[in-house]
Design a protein. Sequence first.
Length: 252
Amino acid sequence: MMHATMTEKDTPVTQRKKLSLVKMTVLIVIVSAALIGYLKFGDVLSLEYLASKEEGLRELKQDNPVQVMGLSFAFYVAATGLSLPGAAVLTLVCGWFFGFAQGIILVSFASTAGATLAFLFSRFLLRDTIEAKFGEKLKGFNEALKREGAFYLFSLRLIPVVPFFVINLVMGLTPLRVSTFGWVSQIGMLPATAVFVYAGAQFPSLVTLAEKGTAGILTPQLLAAFVVLGVFPILVKKVMARVKTGKKTTAG
């Protein structure tokens, strides 16, 4: 009889309540970490602060190159994973600090790791609640994602005007697989990453970069690069549509 009846602690309702409590606890921890991180390290993400520490940063890198790269990677992952503002500034600084080759490798993998963390946070903590409240509104988005597949995410990643942290959080609400999100994000963010890292690598000092600000990097060449990034997904989509049409015609 004891095994036949379900105790209170084993009921599905109680289990859902426990899971909701765990999610709420994790959410509070993450939000608190993000808030504390921003309040404590917000200035670190500004060009002015980093420019004031330029000499010390150069010496630190010269004395401990491997440790500095590891810490920079971890800091970038944490900043993007917690969706803190300042990713563009960090990318520029990494370009200046490590040069184009090392900078693009570090930022590319760190940004993908951080984006995947934000994606998982969104999926674990927010997906069920938002689906329950806005399921019908998300239906069209999910259908578009299923129809376009990975190319839908790829297109969003290639358009710099769409904040990456928004894409991370929204994609966590969809059925998209984590592995697909990871490799598509890695490839899709690479062009914009290359542009910003290259821009940062062109400045001889952080003081010069801070004086000009982020607007100062928008040279005609970089503006042209961003235009190409925006047009590229459209061109690829048209090419893929023609390839599919050609295959159907051949098969018919």
